[in-house]
Design a protein around this ligand. Structure first.
Ligand code: XLS
Ligand code: MG
Length: 344
């Protein structure tokens, strides 16, 4: 399969049992090793990790046990011709993070979050990646007055600085999201994420990950969010998917809801040579209705939509586009793009 220089990744949580807040699992659990077989079968290059995907139950392990298990995981990846894209600390499930992680009101909870994030950095080092994704899932509030938003911002900056100090090779990609699981999150957009990064002790090591659905949930266009990060060379990764309106994070197949929106994400990535900068990461979920034996088609479809849109982006006559822009004939430009997307 021609991949036009792009490398692709997904996290093992993208192959899942189909439970939702209103119904139980519908597919049997699949072990990590079996999921690993799917990566190469589907043509992927890298695995996205939560810290405990790589080292289960890490809170109960010593530093040497963590290191040993991470090294075993790295060998497993190598045996499958795969690499680790990033390691993200899972700061949203432990009881210590019920009321937030880095911005928890309880200093002991904040300390737990910092120590857990440092363990994730150590795991990443053993896996051969210096990229950490910070999805600040519980950094926000259910009740605005329960926290001091100014102080929370300072606490987030302190945490980023502490992690940059802990490992001099570390690169941090902040993954913004405006809500869910929190009612309102503190770092809702790329603008907020990069503002934080530019204030850090080493701005050259703090960038971002744009997730399509998260931008849509913030009422923004994902390609514009990507463009803002690209403008400062701070788009370290993406989570491509789709989202049908302002509701729970659907993690739909890339392009499944709005193909023009997907086209513009591919256009901004390809025109800025993103294939030289980072991985095409997915964060997609199979429909709950999908039978277990065919529950990876959302991954296949997302990658193929991306690659077909690269072909559309590169097939559009650039001279004709510039002529229509110069003539301010945007209706004709719209028609050119629509017919290119419809393949007619
Ligand atoms: C949210 C995040 C999450 C991953 C990375 O969209 O990407 O899915 O767990 O932390
Ligand atoms: Mg994501």
């Amino acid at each position: 399969m021609e991949k036009f220089g792009y490398r692709f990744s997904f996290g093992p949580w993208n192959i899942h049992e189909g439970a939702d807040p209103f119904g139980p699992v519908v597919r049997p659990s699949i072990g990590f090793d079996q999921k690993l077989e799917s990566y190469k079968e589907l043509g992927f290059d890298a695995v996205q990790f939560h810290d405990d995907d790589a080292v289960p139950d890490l809170d109960q392990l010593s530093a040497s046990q963590i290191s040993q298990q991470a090294q075993q995981m790295r060998k497993k990846l190598a045996d499958h011709g795969l690499v680790a894209e990033f390691v993200a600390p899972r700061l949203w499930e432990h009881p210590n993070t019920i009321d937030g992680a880095f911005t928890a009101n309880d200093p002991a909870a904040r300390q737990y979050a910092l120590e857990r994030a440092k363990k994730a950095i150590d795991i990443g080092h053993e896996l051969g990646t210096n990229l950490m994704v910070l999805w600040l899932a519980r950094e926000g509030t259910y009740l605005r007055e329960a926290k001091d938003a100014v102080r929370a911002t300072h606490l987030l900056l302190e945490a980023v600085n502490a992690l940059l100090t802990y490992n001099s090779e570390l690169r941090i990609a902040i993954e913004p999201k405006p809500n869910e699981p929190m009612d309102m999150a503190y770092i809702p957009t790329i603008g907020h994420a990069l503002s934080l990064g530019f204030q850090s002790r080493d701005p050259g090591r703090v960038g971002s990950l744009v997730e399509s659905a998260h931008a849509v949930l913030a009422g923004l266009d994902p390609s514009d969010e990507m463009a803002f990060a690209l403008a400062f060379d701070k788009l370290y990764s993406v989570h491509l998917n789709d989202q049908n309106g302002l509701k729970f994070d659907q993690d739909r197949t890339f392009g499944a809801v709005d193909l023009r929106r997907a086209f513009n994400q591919v256009r901004v990535l390809d025109e800025n040579k993103y294939f030289e900068k980072g991985m095409v990461g997915l964060d997609v979920k199979a429909m709950r209705t999908q039978p277990a034996e065919i529950a990876t088609k959302h991954l296949r479809n997302s990658m193929l939509v991306f690659l077909k849109l690269v072909q559309v982006v590169r097939s559009v006559d650039k001279v004709q586009v510039q002529e229509l822009i110069a003539a301010r004939d945007y209706e004709e430009l719209d028609w050119l793009l629509l017919t290119s997307l419809m393949g007619v």
